[in-house]
Design a protein around this ligand. Structure first.
Ligand code: NAD
Length: 260
């Protein structure tokens, strides 16, 4: 019996088999969960559907988190089909590439709005629709990055969005805690994914992160997945409002002074 046996959970944010959400999926499947997924548009449906079917998904529906009507429809279908929800994983972010490439001081109002809407507000929007389907003991997890609290070249407005996401995690934990719902964030080290390819010099960032980490390596999507499975399970029943690092210990150090 796995630690998620008998639980029904949504995993939002698979784009392909490199996605962090796919690492989470494999861990949750192994631990016995019944899983449901979203996809963003028909292009991604072609990739997401076969992956979801390979883990016997019982729920696969379209969802663009910037569209309130789609949000309402999506969660109404979850209720219709499953009746209740035991966990939800939010692994979604977006910013215009130019906003990450250009000087931070030139960030436009629209690029700021877009990054904050998709990468931070969407967690609140999902939580407000998921919570009514959850009973005490349920759990939500989102994905963040160290750029929320330290400057990281090329992360720019996404760092501001992650700061808002981490604060939102704490306020959701405060708000939903009396209902017995736990809300946590995982701060993952850099992993090569579609979203990561938008970040400045990602290759250099990965090198620096590996050398500056305590374990002298980068983390894998499976390691993030295993931590998510723990936070979603009753094993973490006393943990809420936390930003939990899965970064091989990078955040506790000062990096590697030997590398520029
Ligand atoms: P990814 O590209 O595989 O996943 C990002 C997902 O966001 C995609 O599935 C995309 O479809 C979805 N998305 C974007 N806009 C959306 C919208 N409007 N509606 C619905 N879905 C939308 O990349 P990833 O690296 O797996 O990213 C997952 C999460 O992990 C993100 O929050 C990212 O910031 C975070 N994260 C990534 C890293 C890393 O190095 N890869 C490190 C720390 C945190």
């Amino acid at each position: 019996m796995g630690i998620l046996a008998g639980k029904k959970g949504l995993i939002l944010g698979i784009a392909n088999d490199k996605s962090i959400a796919w690492g989470v999926t494999q861990a949750c499947k192994r631990e016995g969960a019944e899983l449901g997924f979203n996809y963003l548009g028909e292009m991604l449906e072609k990739r997401v559907r076969p992956l979801a079917e390979s883990v016997d998904a019982t729920f696969i529906e379209p969802l663009d988190v910037s569209d309130d009507t789609q949000m309402d429809d999506f969660f109404a279908k979850v209720e219709q089909q499953w009746g209740h929800l035991d966990f939800m994983v939010h692994s979604i972010a977006f910013a215009n590439k130019d906003a990450l490439r250009n000087r931070f001081s030139t960030t436009s109002r629209e690029d700021f709005r877009l990054a904050l809407d998709i990468s931070a507000y969407s967690f609140i929007a999902c939580a407000q629709r998921a919570a009514p389907l959850m009973k005490a003991g349920s759990s939500m997890v989102t994905m963040t990055y160290l750029g929320a609290e330290r400057t990281v070249p090329g992360y720019n407005v996404m760092g501001v969005a992650k700061a808002a996401l981490e604060a939102s995690t704490r306020y959701l934990a405060q708000d939903l805690g009396p209902d017995g719902i736990r809300v946590n964030a995982i701060s993952a080290g850099p992993i090569r994914t579609l979203a990561a390819s938008a970040v400045g010099d990602f290759r250099k960032l990965m090198e620096k992160s590996a050398r500056g980490s305590m374990l002298k390596r980068n983390v894998t999507q499976d390691e993030v997945g295993n931590t998510a499975a723990y936070l979603l399970s009753d094993m973490a029943s006393g943990v809420s409002g936390e930003v939990h690092y899965v970064d091989a210990g990078f955040h506790i150090g000062v990096g590697d002074p030997g590398i520029e």
